[in-house]
Design a protein around this ligand. Structure first.
Ligand code: NAP
Length: 292
């Protein structure tokens, strides 16, 4: 990749960002298309968020992805917020137009695009989302907007899931949202009627983490989706594979949310297969290194 005097800058703002695979994926896409763009990680601590966001238009940055812990904190700095990001209450993509910051959230479409690609579109399926954080909200919003009628949220902190139910209820009156905790019996009661399980918690990020769903509750006819992509095989994914249940990790969501951001910044159709390959190569390298 050549940086020229005209190179247009995109990137990622968060803390930490060193683990992110987004630079690999976006730079592979820019290089493949011969676009004079680059994607740079910006590790920005909380106390510098204000100055960093004010600098974006000054530095002629085209746009940024936003990650933990800033997805919600950037909202007051935006001149405009797209509908999905306003309802979700979190932004993962900023585009600069005429020195104004516009906020979007591509996590939800990234999620449903990855499910559709795997052959399990959400429509007409009973979906259980475990988690009540930013990614769970994006997934719930997108399922609702794509016509899902029944959604169950299971979260450790039940009142957070109740707030999500109330928020979503304001916009999607025809969607039935049920809230449960994470106890065995609560999960057991709804598992028979569940078609898709989504782990939207951070349980699984550490190799030693347990599965958020007891293995004996997994049954034929389920599709399991873990939003975690690193490590690529969480306990949930391992148990699903061991029980012969189709499953996928979060690589597809990462790919499709990134592809949507790419399109927002460049206006050009993203080279999905190039981006996918770059992610798979990077994850393979991480796995090989962690085995050493
Ligand atoms: P978040 O806003 O911090 O939410 C974390 C969630 O995990 C909360 O629901 C929290 O429950 C739950 N949790 C944390 N520790 C737990 C524990 N020990 N037991 C039970 N529940 C626990 O995080 P997020 O942004 O939603 O991200 C969640 C996961 O999605 C992360 O693993 C992230 O890597 C992944 N993700 C993937 C993509 C992708 O592109 N593939 C995109 C975004 C996020 P409480 O509410 O009770 O605290």
């Amino acid at each position: 990749m050549k940086i020229t005097g005209k190179t247009r800058v995109t990137g990622l703002i968060g803390w930490p960002v060193a683990h992110s695979l987004s630079p690999v994926m976006h730079n592979a896409a820019f290089e493949h298309l011969g676009l004079d763009f680059c994607y740079v990680p910006f590790a920005v601590k909380d106390e510098y968020l204000d100055v960093a966001l004010k600098a974006i238009p000054v530095l002629n940055i085209v746009g940024l992805n936003v990650t933990i812990p800033h997805k919600e904190r950037v909202l007051p700095y935006l001149s405009e917020i797209a509908k999905e990001a306003a309802i979700i209450g979190a932004v993962n993509t900023i585009k600069v137009i005429d020195n104004r910051l516009i906020g979007y959230n591509t996590d939800g479409t990234g999620f449903t695009a990855s499910l559709t690609e795997a052959g399990y579109p959400v429509q007409g399926r009973n979906i259980l989302i475990i988690g009540g954080g930013g990614s769970a909200k994006a997934v719930i919003f997108q399922c609702a907007i794509e016509g899902e009628k029944k959604i169950i949220i299971s979260n450790r902190t039940v009142h957070k899931a109740v707030i999500i139910k109330e928020q979503m209820g304001k916009y999607f009156s025809s969607v039935e949202i049920k809230v449960i905790g994470t106890g065995y019996n609560e999960l057991k009661d709804i598992m028979d009627k569940t078609d898709i399980v989504v782990n939207a918690t951070s349980v699984g990020l550490k190799m030693e983490d347990p599965s958020p769903i007891p293995t004996d509750l997994l049954h034929e006819g389920l599709f399991i989706c873990d939003l975690i992509y690193n490590p690529p095989t969480t306990a949930l994914i391992r148990h699903a594979k061991g029980s012969g249940i189709p499953c996928m990790n979060g690589t597809g969501m990462l790919l499709h949310q990134g592809a949507a951001s790419f399109k927002l910044w460049t206006g050009i159709e993203p080279p999905i297969e190039v981006m996918r390959q770059s992610l798979e190569d990077a994850l393979k390298k991480i796995q090989e290194t962690s085995k050493r």
